[in-house]
Each structure stands twice: as structure tokens, then as C-alpha cells.
Design a protein around this ligand. Structure first.
Ligand code: NAG
Ligand code: NAG
Ligand code: NAG
Ligand code: NAG
Length: 843
């Protein structure tokens, strides 16, 4: 009885478990299942009653003795029905067992199709049988489901019941399934017995897991790129793990109609980190998944409502060696910040082999909240050894520095081949491009199809297509993982620190062309001197820098526009973070305006520069699905190439907003350019960029810096001062002296009106970038027309306009100045070194 007392705690936990189970089932069984199974057989083995007993999942279990499935006449009734001892509180099908020293068979007449077969065991000391001598084999049709199985020796956990789940296809020829229990026998002893407590058979759609040739969905060949593997109807599957990643246990009654159980993944989740250091559980309990890519019964909503994310995630699953495995990974993008292609892309490695190089859930599904799954097959390389444990690992990790990987669910099945000489380890069959009716839902075959081109913007298509083709060598081994951060070479090159050192003459002082809070910018020569580049070396100390570095790469790898600076590549080596851009011969707009060594820019040049920067910003705000807010528009971030084409740069602070919503964030930006509305409410909108751009327009017009503390106090803040001057009708007095007489009055009026509207106090009073662009284009046209008219009158003379530039803006009524107060005691603001150049501050 010592054994009994040891068992007692286990038993009580078991009872409590069932009790809770019962309650949950009663509560949750109200919603109808997504899938109604044609066959839903629940057989309570060993029960001689003709009635039914309510079971653990709310279903009723009927006794096997009275049922048509137990051919009594063919058995010599050596098998006995026994009440489960002690644990009288357990419920069906565990209250009774069929136990026998000799083999016995159940015969289930079934419809043609795929079926779940679940075998329920409750190891206990059944009277007349030695508990430890339950060693037996279970066969179903031509499959050996369990070989030399011992429930009592199953070495399990707190839960005492054991459920073994299989998928088996019932064909037209047999239309039935024989399930046979064969006790182990050897010459020395015949004390071994077999037992079973319950058998469940539930039909399923035939292609839920099967993928016979011609309709495979396990489209990713596992160990060879030229082969595919099909889960044919002549194979059986044994479920080994079904995990709700990042979520909690999902009970059979809560499944979509198949009575599958989904476990927590926590016991198998091994987390290591290489770059960002964190793995995060995402949970969105109110999510209503959009089942546009997969059937809505594939998994319960709860599987997709939770996920783990991180830069490196690892699950280690103990399996038997010598078998092939089917791995199904469930994905659904539920991260709030992710809605675009390439915001989250990662690698998948299964059993130490690269399975997918550039997984991107949004790319696969086209949308957030849209579940999808991917099937992979792991082919065994080992000799078949029963019960010889090995670890099958599933690792997902980012190959880029910025996004993290995501996983919502895992299903792992052992592939069981039928008995017989002709079927041993099934080998993959050659791929055929012709078979894919269902696969067009997935990405590999969709590449190149016109349908996809229509759906996606051609830009992101290009980015992705290149990614897919450029990833040739899968990174192996953990030490290399930290290095595996590259973007596709053609789009964004990865330089070694040595290359950068050579390019900049070991970061020679004389090559410094810019400086800022982030570090220095060097001029450099790459590709044997044929390519001039700007090399931005981030200050390694700054933590802030690391995040902005990543943001910049993320933004620039997605964005291509003639008025946005182009990223050539980057270097992340020995703790250095370096970005490499195309070299902009004519430097920053700021230097062109304020550095007296440079020739002054003409008015038309200035208009063109503004227009270009405006177009770049307009593209940011509207060119992608969700607007991107630059957050740091200023003259030092507008660069000029050799043809004076302006390009917006420095995306380190950029934010991707969701459509039409303000983004709540810590206020960041540069004094003098900072939107007062944003500073007050901390709500970032595209109108914040409009404000900063208005400031740039005034700098361009006046030749004054956005913030100049050397001036009289009321003139420090250019935008505020310009508004006051406009109000007083004296704006003509503060324009750049060089521009006097060069600006056509009609152009001036439009320009000033638009600039003034941009720097209005509240975001809603300001125009959209689009309106700014139209007005600026109009102003440019007016200037050109006026210049042409002047030239007609006086073909060789210098163009000059009368000083008729003064006007007052009367509409709308300006409010009292509620702009951010710059006279506060913030000591930083009186620091003379703080001018508008290159200083980013956090308010
Ligand atoms: C089954 O188990 C018995 C007892 O542990 C063992 O002797 C026998 O070799 C096993 N048979 C197989 C096929 O593994
Ligand atoms: C199934 O079992 C029945 C009864 O034992 C037997 O007659 C029949 O041949 C078996 N069928 C198969 C396919 O094993
Ligand atoms: C599941 O999808 C089927 C069609 O594919 C649809 O008829 C059914 O209403 C859906 N069920 C739910 C609960 O959305
Ligand atoms: C997978 O790789 C890890 C680390 O490189 C190693 O420890 C492990 O043994 C490998 N596993 C297999 C199955 O090869």
C-alpha cells in the first residue's frame, strides 16, 4: 500500500484537473463548432453498460461490450472488463478498462476519408494484472501505431491519463478500421498484457493534414531543394506535440470540432538571444482572425491570438529517432507595430537545417490578423531506433537586425509508414511544377504570378523578390547568427569594418564631412575608388543610436524615391554601427544657406530644393500603406546631390503610423523645428512634419536659422518671429538680403502664405503635404512665368522685381501665441552651442 500513498497526490491533482475540465466544458460548449464531424465515435472500453456516460469533454461515451465495434463472438473473452481501481472519481472513458493477456480487436466500419483515432489509456493496477507488465503493440489496418508500448512506464507528468492521437485514411476498399491490441510475448514469460480505456474516432476533412501528390501544401522541400514530400493517404500520422505558442492550454471541447488538445509551449521553449535580447509574448484575446488564407477550422482562434516574438526563439521537442516528421508551423501577425512587408522577416531552422530563409507573415498573408501555416517534413538521417530519444529543434530568428521573429503554434507528427517490405522509409518524390491546385495560397508558387503583382506594390515586390533570390547561403550555427543580419546584397550591401577603414583612410579627420549627436559622417571611396560614399559612423556609446540605426535601415530598405537619400549598405562589426549612403556632392541645405563660404543659392534653386524635399516627404506620408512620419525635418537633413537635386535623409526618428491615427510617443525632434502641438499633446501626426517643413521654408526665404539665440529674444524662434512679421505686414524686412528684388511678388505671396499655414499652432489648421506640394508648384510656376515675362521685356538684363512684397495675412485669425515656450529655464536652450545643426534632443 506504500505505492498507493505515493500515488495519492497525483490522483488528487488528476481529480481536480477533471473537475475543472468538466466546468470549463459545460461553460464553453455553447458555441457551435466550425466543423461537424460525420463520425464522432467515443467508445468506453471495458464498460458493459448499454447506456452512455458523460466524459471529460462533454461527449457521451458508450460501453464497448454492447457496441457493434467489439466482435464478442470472435474473442475467447480472455479480455476482461475491469473497473479502474481507487480512482472512482475519474470519469469516462477512464472508469473502466478492457484488459487482456491475449490479443483483441475492435472493428470500426467507417466512411471513406481521413480520421482522427485517439487511444485513451489510464495506467493503474487493474486487479489480477501486475501494473508494470503492460507491454503491448497496437495495430490499425496496415499500421503499427504503438510498438512495445507501456502505459505504466510512460514516465509522465501530473496527468495520469495518456492520449495517443493518430491520423489514418480509410480507403474505399476496406471502409473499416481494425484496431488490434497485441500483448508482448517472449519465451520466458507470458505475463504481459494489453489494455485500453477508450477509443475515439473523429472524421476530418481529408486534406487537413494529408497532402497526396497533386495537392501538396508541404511545399517546402525539407532536405533537398529539388524534392517534395507528400503526406500520402498510405501513411499514418502520430501527433507528438500540438502547442499553442505563448498561450494557454486549449481543451478538446474548445477545438474547432476535431476535439484536439493544444498544450502550452512553455516546457519546450528554450530562449536565447543574440541581438535585442528579449522574447515577448503577444496576446490579443479579442482578435477575430481573418480566415482568408486557410480554412477556419484549421486551429482555434486562440492559437492565433497569442504568439511569441523575439530575435531568436527555440523550441526543443523530444522525439524518437529514426522517423520522418511533419512539422506544421502556425503564423498570424498580431504585433501592433507590424503591418507592412519586411517589418518582420525571419529564418526558420528545423532540426539544424534551414527550412525557410526569409519568412515574412505579412508577405504570405497580405494582411495582419490573417492566419496561415507552413508544413515542413524532417527526413530522418539516423537508423530507425525505437524509443531512442533525440531532440528535434525548431528555431526561428531574424536575419535582419531590426524585426523579430514570430510563431503562434506548432504541430508535430511522426510519420508512420505501413508495414510491409515495399514501404520502409518513404523517400521524397521529385517535384513537379504541375501539381499545385491549393498551393497558390502560398508564396513560392505565387512569385512571378501576375495576380500577386497586382496585389502588391511593385516596389515591395521588387524588394521581396530580390530578398528571396539573394538569400543563397543559409546561416548555420549559433555563433554566426549574430552576424546574420544582412539585407539583400543588391539592395543593401554589407561591408566589413576593414572595407570601411580602407574607404575612410582609417576614419581620417580630414574626411569628416558632417558631425552630429549620432557621430561623424566621413567621405569615403569604395570599390577601388570608383564609388564616392558618405559613411555615417554611429557613436557606439549611444543606446539610442542602436535603435535609430535599425530604424534607418528598415525605413530605407523599404523606401526608394528620387527625393530620399539612398542607402548603399551598412557595416556592423566589432561593435561599430556604420551606414553607407550615396555621396551628396553639394552637402546639406543648411550649409548651403548658412555657410558664408558657399555661393548663395538663387531663388529658383531654393524653390526647386523645397519642392524636391516636399515631394520626398509627401512620398513618406502617402507612398506606403501606412504613413511614415519623418519627425526630424530640418535643413541639415535635406541633402543636395551634384545636380542640386534635394534628398531627405536621416530616418532614425521616423515612425510608421497606422492609418489616420496619431502615434503617441516620447516627444523627439529638434528645437526650432518642433511642432508645438506635438510637444504639448505628445501625439505625433503627419502634420508635425508639415510644421517642420514650414520652418525650413522660412529658413530658405530668410536665410536665418530655425533657432538663433544670438538674436534678440523675440526673434530666436524663426517660425514664431515670421508669423509675427506676417501679422504686422513686415515679412519683407526679414527675407535674405540676397533675394531682394529676385522674387516675383505673386510667387512671394503664395510662398509666404503656404509657409505660414504650415507653422500654424494646431495640426488641424495646417495643410496636408499634398496641398503644400501643389501650392509650391504653383509658386514655382508663377516665378517662372514672371521671369519669362521680364526676359521678354529686357532679354539681356538682370531680372529685378520692385519691392512690393509686403502684405498681411488676414485669414485665418491668428490666435495668441501658444507655441512652445522657449523662454523657460531650460538651460540647454541658452547654451550657445545649441543651434539648429544636427542636434536632436528629447523633450
Ligand atoms: C519490447 O520490450 C521487451 C521488454 O522490455 C524487450 O525485451 C523487447 O526487446 C522489446 N521489443 C522490441 C521490438 O523493441
Ligand atoms: C478486421 O477484423 C475482422 C474481424 O476480426 C476480420 O474479419 C478482417 O479480415 C479484418 N480486416 C482487416 C483489413 O484486417
Ligand atoms: C467557416 O467557413 C465556412 C466556409 O468556409 C463558413 O460557411 C462558416 O460560416 C465559417 N464559420 C465561422 C464560424 O466563421
Ligand atoms: C544542432 O546544433 C547544435 C549546436 O550547433 C548541436 O549541439 C546539436 O547537437 C545539433 N543537433 C543535431 C540534431 O544535429
Amino acid at each position: 500500500m506504500g505505492k498507493l500513498s505515493k500515488l495519492t497526490p497525483i490522483i488528487s491533482i488528476f481529480c481536480i484537473f477533471f473537475f475543472i475540465y468538466h466546468i470549463i466544458i459545460t461553460v464553453s460548449s455553447s458555441t457551435p463548432p466550425r466543423y461537424i464531424a460525420v463520425e464522432d465515435i467515443t467508445l468506453d472500453c471495458g464498460s458493459e453498460t448499454s447506456g452512455e456516460s458523460e466524459g471529460m469533454d462533454g461527449r457521451y461515451w458508450s460501453g464497448d461490450f454492447q457496441s457493434k465495434f467489439f466482435p464478442k463472438e470472435e474473442h475467447n473473452l480472455e479480455s476482461v472488463t475491469i473497473q479502474t481501481p481507487i480512482e472512482r472519481t475519474v470519469i469516462a472513458p477512464y472508469t473502466t478498462a478492457r484488459v487482456s493477456y491475449s490479443q483483441f480487436t475492435y472493428v470500426f466500419p467507417l466512411t471513406v476519408g481521413s480520421k482522427f483515432v485517439r487511444l485513451h489509456f489510464y495506467p493503474a493496477s487493474y486487479s489480477g494484472f501486475q501494473e508494470s507488465e503492460d507491454i503491448f503493440t497496437v495495430k490499425a489496418g496496415s499500421f503499427t501505431l504503438l510498438r512495445n508500448f507501456s502505459a505504466s512506464n510512460h514516465g509522465d507528468t501530473m496527468r495520469k491519463n495518456i492520449v495517443k492521437e493518430f491520423c489514418i485514411y480509410v480507403d474505399e476498399v476496406n471502409k473499416k478500421l481494425n484496431i488490434t491490441f497485441v500483448p508482448f510475448s517472449d519465451t520466458t514469460s507470458s505475463n504481459f498484457y494489453a489494455f485500453i480505456n477508450g477509443i475515439e474516432i473523429v472524421s476530418m476533412p481529408k486534406d487537413l493534414y494529408y497532402s497526396p501528390e497533386g495537392q501538396t501544401r508541404s511545399e517546402t522541400p525539407y532536405d533537398s531543394k529539388s524534392h517534395r514530400f507528400y503526406i500520402n493517404y498510405n501513411m499514418a500520422l502520430q501527433m507528438v506535440f500540438r502547442l499553442n505558442v505563448g498561450g494557454s492550454l486549449i481543451l478538446p471541447a474548445e477545438d474547432t470540432g476535431f476535439f484536439r488538445e493544444w498544450s502550452e509551449d512553455i516546457n519546450y521553449f528554450v530562449h536565447e538571444s543574440y541581438f535585442n535580447g528579449e522574447s515577448v509574448v503577444l496576446h490579443n484575446p479579442s482578435l477575430m482572425p481573418n480566415y482568408s488564407k486557410i480554412e477556419n477550422y484549421t486551429a482555434t482562434d486562440d492559437v492565433y491570438r497569442s504568439a511569441r516574438t523575439g530575435d531568436y526563439l527555440d523550441w526543443e521537442l523530444p522525439v524518437d529517432s529514426g522517423f520522418n516528421y511533419l512539422v506544421r508551423l502556425h503564423f498570424c501577425e498580431i504585433g501592433l507595430e507590424v503591418s507592412l512587408i519586411s517589418q518582420r522577416s525571419f529564418q526558420i531552422e528545423i532540426d539544424n537545417n534551414s527550412a525557410k530563409d526569409d519568412a515574412d507573415v505579412i508577405w504570405l498573408t497580405g494582411n495582419r490578423d490573417t492566419p496561415i501555416y507552413k508544413d515542413y517534413v524532417v527526413l530522418s538521417k539516423e537508423e530507425k531506433v525505437e524509443d531512442n530519444n533525440k531532440i528535434l529543434s525548431i528555431e526561428i530568428y531574424t536575419n535582419h537586425i531590426y524585426p523579430s521573429a514570430i510563431l503562434n503554434g506548432v504541430e508535430l507528427f511522426k510519420i508512420i509508414n505501413p508495414e510491409g517490405p515495399e514501404h520502409n522509409l518513404a523517400r521524397p518524390s521529385p517535384a513537379s511544377s504541375a501539381n499545385n491546385p491549393k498551393t497558390n495560397k502560398t508564396i513560392f508558387l505565387a512569385i512571378g504570378s501576375l495576380g500577386f503583382l497586382v496585389v502588391l506594390t511593385s516596389l515591395s515586390y521588387m524588394v521581396q523578390l530580390k530578398k528571396f533570390t539573394c538569400w543563397s547561403d543559409p546561416y548555420r550555427g549559433k555563433s554566426q547568427r549574430a552576424k546574420a543580419l544582412s539585407l539583400p546584397e543588391e539592395l543593401c550591401r554589407h561591408f566589413s569594418l576593414n572595407e570601411i577603414r580602407t574607404a575612410t583612410n582609417n576614419f581620417h579627420k580630414e574626411l569628416i564631412i558632417g558631425q552630429g549627436g549620432f557621430g561623424n559622417v566621413y567621405k569615403g571611396l569604395l570599390d577601388e575608388g570608383t564609388l564616392t560614399v558618405a559613411i555615417k559612423r554611429l557613436n557606439p556609446e549611444s543606446q539610442q543610436g542602436a535603435r535609430e540605426f535599425k530604424t534607418e535601415i528598415r525605413m530605407l530598405s523599404q523606401l526608394r524615391h528620387v527625393h530620399l537619400v539612398s542607402l548603399i549598405g551598412y557595416c556592423i562589426d566589432e561593435g561599430e554601427m556604420i551606414l553607407v549612403y550615396g555621396y551628396m556632392r553639394n552637402g546639406t541645405l543648411s550649409a548651403r544657406l548658412f555657410d558664408t563660404n558657399n555661393d548663395p543659392l538663387t531663388w529658383k534653386q531654393r524653390l526647386e530644393i523645397c519642392l524636391g524635399a516636399e515631394r520626398g516627404l509627401h512620398y513618406l506620408h502617402t507612398g506606403m500603406k501606412n504613413p511614415i512620419i519623418h519627425r526630424d525635418v530640418k535643413t541639415t537633413n535635406i541633402l543636395l546631390d551634384e545636380k542640386w537635386v534635394s534628398k531627405v535623409s536621416d530616418f532614425g526618428l521616423s515612425k510608421m503610423g497606422l492609418n489616420n491615427t496619431a502615434v503617441s510617443t516620447l516627444v523627439k525632434g529638434t528645437w526650432g523645428y518642433l511642432d508645438p502641438d506635438y510637444a504639448r499633446r505628445q501625439q505625433l501626426t503627419d502634420k508635425s512634419d508639415v510644421y517642420s517643413f514650414g520652418v525650413v521654408m522660412f529658413e530658405v526665404l530668410c536665410g536665418r536659422k530655425a533657432l538663433n539665440t544670438k538674436l534678440e529674444h523675440e526673434q530666436w524662434h524663426l517660425a514664431n518671429w515670421a508669423r509675427k512679421c506676417i501679422e504686422k505686414g513686415t515679412i519683407d524686412q526679414i527675407i535674405d538680403p540676397y533675394l531682394k528684388g529676385k522674387i516675383a511678388p505673386e510667387c512671394f505671396k503664395v510662398y509666404v502664405e503656404v509657409a505660414e499655414s504650415c507653422v500654424r499652432d494646431q495640426g488641424i489648421q495646417r495643410p496636408k503635404m499634398n496641398d503644400v506640394m501643389e501650392k509650391l508648384e504653383f509658386a514655382f510656376e508663377l516665378q517662372q512665368n514672371a521671369d519669362a515675362a521680364q526676359e521678354e521685356i529686357n532679354p539681356s538684363g538682370v531680372i529685378s522685381y520692385q519691392d512690393v512684397l509686403s502684405f498681411r495675412v488676414v485669414e485665418p485669425v491668428l490666435e495668441s501665441d501658444s507655441c512652445i515656450e522657449l523662454t523657460t529655464s531650460n538651460s540647454e536652450l541658452t547654451n550657445p552651442s545649441l543651434d539648429s545643426d544636427g542636434i536632436t534632443s528629447t523633450v
